[in-house]
Design a protein around this ligand. Structure first.
Ligand code: ZN
Length: 374
């Protein structure tokens, strides 16, 4: 057996608190859907405990990690500590598992690299990971740690020297870029919505050797996504021939996610991951953003099938048990004011709407092809 699904039991019932966009269940319902369908076996599913502080100091500052533990223990911090670490203020709340939960996601991502390096695995999915905004000494953008950076550092530690990181989240992977800027062993590619927080990831930065930033306009559609992949990303990545690929697969680029104006169907999202997962033999697929619990659970469950090249199984209707799991999810959002739309409950695959590839998107591809001499 070469493929594994990594997760942690701590995610069951863990939420960020009332009013927060992440006051929703995502990891556990994704797993439940897979279990109900018998799409994952007990041997394939590995639960990890939180990483210890000394495992996280390969990237994070020890004083920040201790503050996270203190925040978890006392469920509060001094005001000066809150401000210094951006914790318990703004969008990064102190919640019950504020150290243990991100440390579990980080452990899964780091351990996944160990499995891939030793040959124990070829493909691993950790949809609890993908926290690409976390900084070494403060919280940022709902992210307390940065498992993406930790995974890349682990890969370097294990001797991989052509590491490819591809970020499909609607937001730019600012912290990952800042840390690995100009690192010739790490190639970073990000597709993200233009002018969206954190407002980094400019296209001009693609002039930097190890960066490819692809900021896309609002209403970014399926055909545009597939065009960028086929004309730009896939040929570029194949030429790069990486030893290991890490894919951040946030679902906030999907239509009906409240945090972005991108409008991809899950079909285009899965096709993208399917094309990217075989760029190298060894691949780690992470989660990331995703603020509509219904479409996120289906998308991440589907990623396990995509990883195993079994996506044909998704061409069915959802059975009653799966529908029940989705119906039980709590979400305070105007999109469900009149009940959960049937299209989210009825079938796995979204309807695809054939939309044109706009000139702006063609221009982005031409611009980057020229810079990268493709
Ligand atoms: Zn995001």
């Amino acid at each position: 057996m070469k493929n594994f699904l990594f997760s942690s039991k701590i995610f069951k019932g863990s939420r960020y608190g009332e009013g927060h966009p992440l006051n929703i269940d995502r990891v556990w319902p994704s797993l439940d859907l897979l279990k109900i369908m018998n799409w994952v076996s007990d041997e394939e599913l590995i639960f990890n405990e939180p990483a210890r502080i000394d495992e996280l100091t390969i990237f994070h500052d020890i004083d920040y990690l201790r503050i996270l533990q203190k925040a978890e223990k006392f469920q509060d911090l001094e005001l000066n500590e809150k401000k210094k670490y951006n914790l318990g203020v703004g969008v990064n709340p102190i919640f019950k598992e504020v150290y243990s939960r991100p440390a579990s996601a980080a452990k899964s991502s780091m351990r996944a690299i160990e499995f891939l390096a030793s040959g124990k695995a070829e493909k691993i999915l950790n949809f609890s990971g993908g926290t690409h905004h976390g900084r070494k000494n403060f919280a940022s953008g709902f992210c307390f740690l940065n498992d993406c950076i930790l995974a890349i550092l682990k890969a370097k530690e294990f001797g991989f020297n052509k590491i490819l990181y591809i970020d499909l989240d609607a937001h730019h992977c600012d912290a990952v870029q800042d840390y690995f800027l100009d690192d010739s062993n790490v190639q970073l590619i990000s597709i993200h919505e233009k002018n969206k927080w954190p407002r980094t990831g400019k296209i001009e930065e693609s002039k930097i050797n190890n960066l490819m930033n692809i900021p896309v306009p609002e209403n970014f559609n399926d055909n545009e996504m597939l065009f960028i992949l086929d004309e730009l990303i896939i040929p570029y990545c194949k030429a790069l021939n990486p030893d290991i690929t890490i894919i951040q697969a946030g679902t906030d680029s999907l239509k009906d996610d409240p945090q972005s104006k991108m409008i991809l169907s899950n079909s285009a999202y899965w096709q993208a991951i399917s094309k990217l997962k075989d760029i190298s033999t060894k691949t780690l697929i992470l989660g990331g953003g995703g603020y509509n619990p219904y479409i996120t659970a289906k998308a991440w469950a589907g990623n396990w099938l995509v990883l195993n090249s079994k996506e044909k199984l998704l061409q069915s209707k959802l059975n009653d048990e799966c529908k029940e799991i989705l119906r039980s999810l709590k979400w305070k959002n105007s999109r469900v004011r009149n009940g959960i739309p049937t299209k989210w409950l009825d079938k796995w695959i979204d309807d695809e709407v054939g939309m044109p590839i706009r000139d702006e998107v063609k221009g982005i591809v031409l611009y980057i092809q020229k810079i990268k001499k493709l």
